[in-house]
Write a protein that binds this ligand. Structure first.
Ligand code: MN
Length: 200
């Protein structure tokens, strides 16, 4: 992650995956090249995926579908179910929707070298169900949303704390207060297998 210096995000246009593609050599990695999708219609179900990525530094990649791409954050300590835990979430480049099913190794020498496992998957939405609420929250750097994963459920917040032209945006991921909050559980220590294959 420390090597990723370029600023991420930007509008969802035909080059929405430009930074993603620029960083990778698709002759050498099995990661999908992908295509940006269409703007999200109101009422559509939006995908979420959490990938555990054993790169040089182990981290969890939180990806939330919005307007045809997966908005992505690298969370070094992974998500927490404790509303008092604030987890650093470094905003990284948009990923293609096809990335949601990617598990496997990224070869040595390639960007993000190491293994990727699908740790959780499901959907996400605004508490009021409106896609526009998500767009505005994302643009403002204050996203409140409901996750319907297999391991992560309920209310979460992503708050942007730092943003400038030369570094990646820093956000904080926290669990909202609801019935799914559980300060006593360390979910990333407890649940170590792939939600798809059951392998560790
Ligand atoms: Mn990663």
């Amino acid at each position: 992650m420390a090597a990723e210096k370029r600023r991420s995000g930007g509008p969802t246009t035909s080059d929405a995956l430009g930074e993603y593609r620029e960083k990778r050599d698709f002759d050498r990695t099995r990661e999908p090249r992908g295509e940006p999708g269409k703007p999200t219609p109101q009422g559509a179900e939006l995908a979420c995926v959490v990938q555990k990525h054993a790169a040089r530094n182990l981290h969890f990649d939180l990806r939330l579908e919005l307007d045809g791409v997966m908005k992505s954050w690298a969370v070094p300590k992974g998500p927490s179910l404790d509303p008092d835990a604030r987890r650093l979430a470094v905003h990284v480049e948009d990923h293609p929707m096809d990335y949601n099913t990617f598990e496997g190794r990224i070869e040595e020498g390639e960007y993000g070298a190491g293994s990727v496992m699908i740790w959780d998957r499901g959907s996400w939405r605004a508490p009021d169900g409106s896609v526009e609420t998500l767009r505005q929250g994302y643009a403002r750097g204050r996203l409140t949303f409901v996750l319907e994963g297999e391991r992560l459920r309920g209310l979460f917040h992503l708050i942007r704390t730092k943003s400038d032209d030369t570094r990646q945006e820093q956000w904080l991921l926290t669990k909202g207060e609801d019935d799914f909050a559980d300060p006593g559980r360390d979910v990333v220590a407890e649940v170590v297998d792939s939600v798809v294959t059951g392998r560790t």
